[in-house]
Design a protein around this ligand. Structure first.
Ligand code: THU
Length: 157
């Protein structure tokens, strides 16, 4: 038997340790939380993607009475970016959230598995790693790529 250990690098920073570009992307994600439509979960998520042409695309979760028809913030942003700017690589994505009382989360929010899988495809298509900024108000997790967050991802068949 061979045992494989998979290492995940997560950098934990205080918000003031971020670069100016990272700070403004986290702010864009936080602003996007106010465009969430989440009457069912009352959990408002925002995402902001920095494209390789300098454009920032925001997205927020959009829920539906038929629950599975809703969409996460990250994929809302990614699909909009892909549809409006086909082929332009994503450089970074920031994600932020507000809790059910409407307060910005102090701790980082992490993307769901489906969003990781969807983002991974954009990363693989461009060949450029997408940096993740999981933005709490007190601390931020920074990860080097989507691939690092999804070991043993489903790949081409
Ligand atoms: N949500 C996101 O927008 N992104 C995630 O990565 C996790 C969950 C949304 C989906 C739903 O509208 C709400 O948060 C509660 O699950």
């Amino acid at each position: 038997m061979i045992s494989h250990d998979i290492i995940l690098r997560v950098e934990e920073l205080s918000p003031d340790e971020l670069s100016e570009a990272e700070k403004s992307l986290c702010e864009a994600a936080r602003r996007a939380t106010y465009r969430s439509y989440s009457p069912y979960s009352h959990f408002s998520v925002g995402a902001a993607i920095l494209l390789n042409n300098g454009t920032i695309i925001g997205g927020a979760n959009q829920e539906n009475a038929a629950y599975p028809s809703g969409m996460c913030a990250e994929r809302t942003a990614a699909y909009y970016a892909g549809a409006q700017y086909p082929g332009i690589p994503f450089l970074m994505i920031a994600i932020a959230a507000r809790d059910t009382d409407g307060q910005p989360l102090e701790t980082p929010v992490t993307p769901c598995g489906a969003c990781r899988q969807a983002l991974l495809e954009y990363e693989k298509r461009s060949g450029i790693p997408i940096r993740l900024l999981l933005a709490g108000t007190k601390k931020v997790y920074r990860l080097p790529s989507v691939a690092s967050t999804l070991p043993l991802a489903f790949d081409d068949f």
